[in-house]
Design a protein around this ligand. Structure first.
Ligand code: NAP
Length: 346
């Protein structure tokens, strides 16, 4: 790409917003043009408004940028949103009305019938939905919830090869998934919390749209029974999930592992900058995957799986891990935008 596309980050000061800044600061196709957040942050230099808690250094030139309000006053084409769901709905619509393509991490538009709930390795064809959008000149595209993404990436090769009828999933979710500053230290140190508001409902509903068939310009939801239990644990980044599945037809462990390891899709074929080379990795060690060891695999964009074994209630069970603010949020959204750029949709 000869000229970089200028991008606006909405909610730039938060957990996901900071990850956008980190992943976009040297991106080959996109260039950060504006950092936007609430009135509390607007008018301040970014390094004062955001409590930068990423492990990489904040580049000086970005730290000096003055945070803007989310008022769609800057003229541009592409906005990445890491906005609090309390405010994301109207702000994202205002940006779309002003002509932006908004690539969002928030839940607000995920189930709108004309908005793709996009995972480029799974349902790139759902981008056709944007033709029916009536938000104005611009478009809205969404990412799934951060724990949904690991689950659907692990299920997709099994859906294609054997079919998946039933899923039981129990998560152990990282602290950064709750935003900044998130759960207080006194609530989570030496502890685990067996409740994350709204999370189980999202995990049970979102995969049905993602795996749905596009029929006459609408997504017909997939038929799959999913039961989810979600827990918060004292890990900074990386959601782990213990999954049991009932398949549509029988498969051996070897066939399942091959389906995971061989899986490739449009982002890999197109060589998109943010795409993992191998979307799903299977680890043969008994005690893998682990957040500290595997969350950054393939730029933090790959899903790690291990411990495949027979399930005495359903057919097979395994453990997966994915990085919640990279694959599950900012990195996934950037991959969505790269796919759209490559398809000529930006
Ligand atoms: P967060 O750390 O709480 O950040 C929220 C951002 O929204 C901040 O930049 C905040 O700006 C901004 N904001 C709040 N009120 C605003 C207002 N009235 N006007 C404009 N901006 C406002 O949350 P997060 O974890 O980054 O999550 C952001 C979104 O992504 C949420 O919808 C969340 O559900 C979703 N998500 C999060 C993850 C994850 O792993 N964290 C993964 C997937 C999806 P100020 O700093 O100025 O208040």
């Amino acid at each position: 790409m000869e000229t970089k596309i200028p991008v606006v980050i909405l909610g730039a000061t938060g957990s996901v917003g900071q990850k956008f800044v980190e992943l976009l600061k040297d991106h080959p196709w996109f260039e950060i043009a504006a950092l936007c957040a609430s009135e509390r942050s607007a008018g301040k230099p970014y390094k004062e408004a955001a409590n930068w808690f990423q492990s990489s250094e904040l580049p000086e030139r970005i730290g000096r940028m003055i945070v803007q309000p989310c008022d769609a006053s800057v003229v541009g084409r592409l906005a990445f949103s890491g906005l609090d769901a309390e405010v994301a709905g109207p702000i994202e619509q205002a940006y779309a009305k002003a002509g932006y393509t908004v690539v969002s991490n928030s839940k607000n538009h995920r189930h709108h019938p004309d908005v793709p709930l996009l995972v480029p390795e799974i349902n790139a064809s759902h981008l056709e939905l944007i033709q029916g959008q009536q938000f104005g000149e611009g478009k809205i595209i969404t990412n799934p919830n951060c724990s949904t993404i690991g689950l659907v990436m692990a299920l997709k090769p099994l859906v294609d090869a054997f079919g998946v009828r039933e899923v039981s999933v129990v998560t152990m979710q990282a602290l950064s998934g709750g935003g900044y500053p998130g759960v207080s230290s006194l609530d989570i140190v030496d502890n685990a919390v067996p409740y994350i508001g709204g999370e189980e409902e999202k995990m049970e509903k979102e995969p049905l749209k993602i795996f749905g068939d596009l029929i006459n310009g609408q997504v017909e939801p997939a038929v799959m029974n999913i039961s989810a239990t979600c827990n918060r644990v004292a890990v900074i980044d990386g959601h782990m999930e213990c999954v049991s599945v009932r398949l549509g037809r029988s498969a051996s462990a070897q066939q399942i592992i091959e389906a995971w390891e061989d899986y490739r899709a449009e982002p890999q074929e197109m060589g998109l900058p943010m795409a993992p080379e191998q979307p799903v990795h299977y680890h043969r060690e008994d005690n893998y995957p682990q957040p500290r060891k595997h969350r950054m695999l393939d730029k933090g964009m790959a899903v790690s799986i291990g411990r495949l074994r027979p399930c005495s209630i359903l057919d097979w069970k395994f453990t997966l891990l994915s990085h919640n603010t990279i694959r599950g949020a900012a990195g996934g959204a950037i991959l969505n935008a790269e796919l759209m750029a490559e398809m000529g949709l930006l």
